[in-house]
Write a protein that binds this ligand. Structure first.
Ligand code: ADP
Ligand code: MG
Length: 273
């Protein structure tokens, strides 16, 4: 018993003693006069799964894009893997300054992140294998023979070992999304960001993608998942975050799905269930 308890506290799942994989503090983002994020705080520990829920337009994608530095924050700070990627501070002269990384640092940070979108964006004229090999060979400079072996392993991991030479149009939407996941994994990310990965799929294809995501979570991958799949959230998430109107309205363990406290979260849950 004592051994088991010891193992649990030292496992990555609790993330004790480690730097957060992602730490957002008071994050604001405005597009001109449109104030999309209004002070978001979120901490994601290594090896955990965070599911972000929220109505359309609440700023979920914008938040993921800030973590991936596809957008620049307006105020607040974001740390990825213990490094500040952007923060607002006041200079000695009393001026507000937005500090961001330079291009080289952004590339180094981005390499830690894998992103999967609603639309798979595979190269249509390349096979599944070629799609997965593309970034390792052309971005990371991995020798082709080595990239090929790794890409086959990633495709096997998502259950597509028998489809490596298929072109995207020869694959179902669910299979294409699994190729997209394999493609992200091929760059050996530390953190995977999923932005509504099953929203564009026919209902009967959702399960196979969620199964792959669940196995990734079981393997200890740090994941931030924007989804409307409440069942997945309840079963896989360590942390649930409900966003609305650019703020975190409610956050907690998966039990908050069945015991929502805030009225807006209650309405949302009743609507999607
Ligand atoms: P969600 O993913 O929760 O549906 P988004 O983060 O995509 O929400 O969008 C939040 C709001 O920000 C929306 O009103 C959207 O139109 C707006 N928005 C997102 N990106 C941009 C942009 N690049 N320029 C202007 N407005 C944007
Ligand atoms: Mg979105």
């Amino acid at each position: 018993m004592a051994d088991k308890a010891g193992q649990e506290t030292s496992s990555g799942k609790t993330g004790q003693g480690l730097a957060p994989a992602v730490k957002a503090t008071g994050v604001h983002k405005a597009f001109g006069s449109l104030h999309v994020l209004r002070g978001v705080d979120l901490t994601v520990m290594p090896g955990t799964v965070t599911v972000i829920l929220g109505p359309s337009g609440s700023g979920k994608s914008t938040f993921l894009r800030l973590i991936n530095q596809l957008e620049t924050l307006t105020a607040g700070s974001i740390e990825v893997d213990g490094e500040l990627i952007g923060y607002k501070h006041v200079t000695k002269q009393g001026k507000d300054m937005l500090q961001t990384l330079n291009d080289k640092e952004i590339a180094r940070q981005r390499a830690k992140l894998g992103m999967v979108f609603q639309r798979f964006n595979l190269f249509p004229h390349k096979t599944a294998l070629e799609n997965v090999m593309e970034a390792p060979v052309h971005v990371a400079g991995v020798p082709k023979s080595q990239a090929r072996v790794q890409a086959i392993a990633e495709l096997q991991r998502v259950g597509l070992g028998d489809r490596i030479d298929y072109y995207p149009m020869q694959l179902s939407g669910g299979q294409q999304q699994r190729v997209a996941i394999a493609r992200a994994l091929a760059m050996k990310p530390e953190i995977m960001l999923f932005d509504e990965p099953t929203s564009a799929l026919d209902p009967e294809l959702v399960g196979e993608v969620l199964t792959v995501m669940r196995s990734l979570a079981d393997a200890g991958m740090t994941m931030i998942v924007v989804t409307h799949e409440i069942g997945f959230a309840r079963e896989v998430a360590d942390q649930i975050v409900f966003m609305d109107g650019g703020v975190v309205v409610e956050a907690g363990g998966p039990q908050i799905i069945d015991l929502p406290q805030e009225a807006r979260f209650k309405d949302f849950i009743n609507h999607v269930l």
